[in-house]
Design a protein around this ligand. Structure first.
Ligand code: ZN
Length: 91
């Protein structure tokens, strides 16, 4: 039986995923998953946690990583609400 953190490692090794998708998968809070992922990042060396920052799907505007928990709801450039959340992957 794997711990949730071990499962997250497995999941992110297989495919890239957003924190929200992981939270949905485990039916838990985004905040808990964020803590898990931060812990995982310290323990997977020499592997690395890769981050693709959130971006606007419409115009490609890249969001800064300032707020890693919540995906911004609106693009400041084109004002569309079609945002790709930050994606994580272990390589
Ligand atoms: Zn945009």
């Amino acid at each position: 039986m794997l711990t949730r953190r071990e499962e997250i490692v497995q999941l992110l090794t297989e495919r890239e995923s957003s924190l929200q998708a992981i939270a949905n998968h485990f039916r838990t809070d985004l905040k808990e998953i964020l803590e898990d992922v931060q812990h995982v990042e310290q323990t997977i060396r020499p592997k690395k946690l890769m981050r693709k920052p959130a971006a606007c799907k419409s115009c490609g505007f890249p969001f800064k990583e300032r707020n890693r928990i919540k995906t911004p709801s609106k693009c400041p450039r084109c004002r569309k609400e079609w945002i790709q959340p930050a994606l994580f992957r272990i390589e």
